[in-house]
Design a protein around this ligand. Structure first.
Ligand code: ZN
Length: 141
């Protein structure tokens, strides 16, 4: 098995108002906006704020029945997921599955900025939704 978890890629924070959240994290907390993206198939829009190689992904819903709107309704704003970076998501998922991990996705799905992502169920990670991400070698961040 050559694939490995390389580190925490980012933390995901669910928010009601994306523009307001970006303003809070940048203007008040001193982080820098590093781009954003709308993911229509998941019903969400995201903005990344960060410093150095650390990033927080702010996530807001673009429709009522998205994964984020459900989270916001039941739990309110707050930490939504922890994202672990891997160099080979396919092998990592197979590895996790073989060891009994509770995977939501057994195959990767498209994430922001051309990445491949998959999720581990919070019930299989002590209450925290875990995102696994593989970035293209050419992607800068
Ligand atoms: Zn994420």
């Amino acid at each position: 098995m050559t694939s490995k978890i390389c580190g925490i890629d980012h933390l995901g924070v669910a928010v009601f108002d994306l523009d307001q959240a970006v303003a809070t994290y940048c203007d008040q907390l001193g982080l820098t906006q590093e781009g954003g993206e709308t993911l229509p198939e998941r019903g969400i829009k995201v903005s990344f704020v960060g410093t150095g190689d650390s990033r927080i992904e702010l996530l807001a819903a673009t429709r009522d029945n998205s994964e984020i709107s459900k989270f916001l309704e039941t739990r309110g704003e707050g930490i939504h997921h922890v994202c672990l970076r891997t160099d080979n998501i396919k092998e990592t998922l197979e590895h996790m599955k073989a060891r009994g991990a509770k995977l939501i996705d057994t195959t990767p799905r498209p994430g922001a900025h051309g990445t491949k992502v998959a999720f581990v169920h919070p019930k299989g990670a002590h209450g925290v939704l875990i995102e696994i991400v593989e970035k293209k070698a050419s992607a800068s961040s």
